[in-house]
Design a protein around this ligand. Structure first.
Ligand SMILES: Nc1ncnc2c1ncn2[C@@H]1O[C@H](COP(=O)(O)OP(=O)(O)O)[C@@H](O)[C@H]1O
Ligand SMILES: [Mg+2]
Length: 279
């Protein structure tokens, strides 16, 4: 059982793409999965196209108790084993500190119920798609998660952004959630022909060593096409789609392995990144 928070400090780097790609890989492996959409923009919810539920994430964060929890998830149009706890703009205000804010660990209460082996509708994987900041919603995700996966583009600010995010992960692990592991840094929108991108990946490896995932996700049009068509990337049968799907299989396998090992970080990188090929 893994509860994976997918985070970054910036928007547009690919958190939702990674959350959806991991879900698509999980679907291929028949892993019953819940996606929690913590981003007020609701992009993951839009692509997963759920049937609609009585309650939403705002209700769950206010009252993380069974009658509400049971009626807050709904089935994704992708498959009967993929469920969504939908976010919408209602949760925007929950990202900021306020005297009326509900406890930060309410999400953790909810996810432990969803993951409880005694719960007959329990999930084997829970993916938390975070908003682009270290606000309350992302911090509540770090309290709930067993692992944190950091997404970055291979750009100039990648190293400093990753440093700040890892500090937040370490702080949460030391102070509040001892089960939280740093699963690694996943580089997205990689272009193998770009010297700049190779340079930035090397820089990340110098800073974070084996925490940088050995596979980088290439920049492929298929990602946008599949998301726009509300389709799992594993069903997008173009060369670019297959390449991305394969990369997500590797990332998911690594995440599940690290859960079994119960380690705080992963073994040294396998050689080579995904080869560049035109989408
Ligand atoms: N590997 C990729 N190749 C091509 N486009 C991508 C890739 N990853 C993300 N995108 C596109 O970039 C945009 C931002 O990605 P998204 O996953 O929504 O980022 P975030 O959730 O971090 O804001 C989306 O339009 C998405 O389709
Ligand atoms: Mg997003």
């Amino acid at each position: 059982m893994q509860i994976v928070a997918v985070l970054s400090l910036k928007g547009g780097v690919g958190k939702t793409t990674v959350a959806l790609g991991l879900t698509s890989a999980a679907l291929r492996r028949n892993i019953r999965t819940l996606v929690v959409d913590l981003d007020p923009q609701g992009n993951a919810t839009a692509t997963l196209d759920p049937a609609g539920a009585e309650y939403g994430l705002a209700d769950v964060l206010a009252t993380p108790r069974p009658p509400i929890l049971g009626q807050a998830v709904s089935q994704s149009a992708w498959d009967e084993d993929i469920h969504v706890l939908a976010g919408n703009e209602d949760i925007e205000s929950l990202n900021e500190q306020s005297p009326h804010a509900s406890p930060l660990d309410n999400l953790a209460r909810a996810t432990s119920w969803f993951a409880d082996p005694n719960n007959e509708s329990r999930y084997d994987l829970i993916v938390l798609d975070c908003p682009p900041s270290l606000g309350r919603l992302t911090r509540s995700a770090l309290l709930a998660a067993t692992g944190a996966l950091l997404v970055t583009e291979p750009t100039m600010y990648a190293v400093s952004g990753a440093q700040r995010a890892f500090q937040a992960i370490e702080h949460t692990r030391e102070q509040q959630n001892p089960q939280l592991k740093a699963l690694g840094v996943l580089v997205n929108k990689f272009r193998a022909r770009s010297h700049e991108h190779h340079y930035r990946i090397n820089e990340l490896r110098e800073g974070f060593g084996s925490l940088v995932m050995p596979v980088a996700l290439p920049d492929r049009l298929a990602v946008q096409q599949a998301a726009g068509a509300c389709t799992p990337i594993h069903e997008w049968a173009t060369p670019g789609g297959r390449e991305i799907a394969l990369a997500f299989n590797l990332v998911l396998a690594r995440i599940l392995r690290s859960a079994r090992r119960g380690r705080h970080h992963l073994e040294p990188p396998d050689p080579g990144l995904v080869e560049d090929e035109s989408a």
